[in-house]
Write a protein that binds this ligand. Structure first.
Ligand code: NOJ
Length: 570
């Protein structure tokens, strides 16, 4: 998720840090290590998530248009091992199978996203609506509801229609606001009688920074110092417009909620007695979560962003700030456009003050912040390079949201951990540990008074992990991508999460430890199934390649033989 340049900085600065220095925050009364046994409020919603491009496959089926990710992933050298999402988990063809997995987990909700180019192939509503795409989501929503699973729908999880990128420059162009609003209106019109939880955008930070500043994600543009701010500006306006559309045209009838899913790592000062570090850590969070949350809750960008980007822009000889500004009318239009806040959270960083002289750096989102990111080498990092397990950071981030934005209703929209590609080990006890500790910190945050209503484990299945391709697996269910049928196998964490859901939390130590033991015990039989899988693929090869080849050859030989006999007769 975080760009590599941030990590090189981070690795240089890896220090042995003093964990105990962070104990002083008054809302961490229980301390870092103590586990809190107890249950979640009644009605707390447990879910799992996915997104369209990461799981659906069927990239060119049934009239779907191209998205920027289809095009980007087909360019050589952009994705690990040149993987693509062309077929991914084949989710498009596996609605029933996947809903059964959710039923097995006893999920209360399922979070998925709608592919804009599957519904509107060019992205422009007046061009054409693809009814087959509508049918697919209709079917998915209906199956979920029949299974008593609430659909939680994201409208934009990064797959912009390619035509909009080519014609207008994608999120660099203000015209996206209206096109996105038309797409959202279509979704409200067709699905809103059954969908009551909508999110406009997923993790716009990534769209802006990785799509338009570092170019690691589609559309792969490197518009250093300006591209990310401009994309974010239009995204925030598009979000607000869609919220108003729902509010004025659909809410009365459909009675749903519209929010946004923002991602945020927690930033902890390296030295909590050093004012500069405290301010740097605050800046880290403001440039991350606050960049989007502050306009949505308070009408404008965080003051610290305006100050830092503004000052540096002037020093670099720009006439105005590289951070665009909202007019007074826009501010009041954007303020308050959030019925609930989705939070995607995975990890934490230690932060220290570090000056990036303006003239030399030439300006970029990263240097604008004047800070350095550090990690504690003792933090577990079982999968993705950027993902260290630091559960206590989750509680801090949730409390930050409470205090900064007036204790909004929160749904955790993403939280989870990956593993490395070659690991076909279904006994993921470290993932159990991650979920157990992070969910527990969320429970503590609720006890602190944070208004968290639901939790979404990321993700239901292993899937296409953007520029990392299939090399990082986040799933509760293992997907065998070598097999054309993409079979799913439960990891041990399925058993564990299932118990958390059925107990609505952590009843007592003895039980919770028992769950963990049992989960790890049962996974070895699933492992055997998976180990037998190459045999299944081999058998498939026999039926799909060897048998037809032998048949064709036999027919040909018989024909030749027949001709030979006939000739001899004549
Ligand atoms: C956030 C993104 O929304 C999601 O698509 C991705 O899989 C996770 N981060 C993990 O990198």
């Amino acid at each position: 998720m975080l760009p590599r340049c941030a990590f090189s900085v981070c690795h240089v600065f890896v220090l042995v840090l003093c964990l105990s220095s962070a104990e002083d925050f008054d809302w961490t009364k229980n301390g870092h290590s103590s586990f809190h046994y107890g249950t979640f409020p009644a009605g707390f919603s447990w879910g799992a998530g996915s997104s369209a491009y990461q799981t659906e496959g069927a990239w060119d089926k049934d009239g779907k248009g191209l998205s920027i990710w289809d095009v980007f992933s087909h360019k050589k050298g952009k994705i690990q091992r040149n993987d693509t999402g062309d077929s991914s988990c084949e989710g498009y063809h596996k609605i029933k199978d996947d809903v059964s997995l959710m039923k097995e987990l006893k999920l209360n909700h399922y979070r998925f996203s709608i592919s804009w180019p599957r519904l509107i192939p060019t992205g422009i509503k007046s061009d054409h609506i693809n009814e087959k795409g509508i049918q697919y989501y209709d079917e998915l929503i209906n199956h979920l509801l029949e299974s008593k699973i609430t659909p939680v729908v994201t409208l934009y999880h990064w797959d912009l229609p390619q035509v909009l990128q080519e014609k207008y420059g994608g999120w660099q162009n203000i015209s996206m606001v209206n096109h996105f609003n038309e797409f959202a209106s279509l979704c409200f019109e067709r699905f809103g009688n059954r969908v009551k939880y909508w999110m406009t955008f997923n993790n716009p930070w990534s769209v802006a920074v990785e799509g338009y500043e570092t170019g690691e994600h589609a559309p792969g543009l490197r518009l250093k110092g300006t591209g990310a701010y401009r994309a974010a500006h239009h995204i925030i306006k598009a979000h607000a417009k869609v919220w108003h559309t729902y509010d004025t045209q659909w809410r009365g009838k459909q009675k749903g909620l519209v929010g946004i899913s923002l991602s945020g790592d927690w930033g902890e000062p390296v030295d909590i007695s050093n004012q500069k570090d405290i301010e740097a850590a605050e800046r880290y969070v403001q440039f991350f979560l606050g960049w989007f949350a502050t306009p949505i809750f308070h009408g404008d960008y965080p003051q610290v962003m305006k100050d830092f980007v503004g000052r540096k822009s002037v020093q670099q000889g720009h006439g105005t700030s590289r951070l665009p500004s909202f007019s007074p009318q826009e501010k009041s239009y954007i303020k308050g456009t959030c019925d609930f806040l989705g939070i995607g959270h995975f990890t934490t960083r230690y932060i220290t003050q570090k000056n990036h002289p303006s003239a030399r750096s030439g300006g970029s989102y990263f240097t604008d912040r004047d800070l350095a990111e550090l990690v504690d080498p003792r933090w577990p990092d079982p999968g993705s390079e950027w993902l260290y397990s630091v559960p206590w950071g989750f509680r801090r981030l949730l409390n930050f949201v409470k205090s900064q934005y007036g204790n909004p209703m929160i749904y955790v929209t993403e939280n989870g951990v990956s593993e490395k590609m070659l690991c076909t080990e279904l006994c993921d006890d470290w993932r159990i540990q991650y979920f157990k500790d992070y969910i527990n910190e969320m429970l503590k945050a609720i006890k602190d008074g944070v208004n968290v209503k639901g939790y979404t484990a990321w993700s239901l299945l292993d899937k296409f992990e953007w520029d990392e391709g299939y090399s990082e697996r986040f799933g509760l269910y293992y997907v065998d991508f070598r097999n054309k049928n993409k079979p799913r196998y439960p990891k041990a964490s399925v058993q564990f999460y299932k118990r958390v859901i059925s107990s609505n939390g952590f009843p007592n130590q003895r039980e919770v430890e028992n769950w963990r033991r049992k989960a790890v015990e049962t996974c070895s039989s699933s492992n055997q199934l998976l180990a037998a899988d190459p045999l299944t693929s081999h058998m498939e090869m026999v039926t799909e390649i060897v048998v037809p080849t032998v048949c064709t050859l036999s027919i040909l030989l018989s024909a030749v033989f027949l001709m030979f006999l006939l000739r001899r007769r004549n």
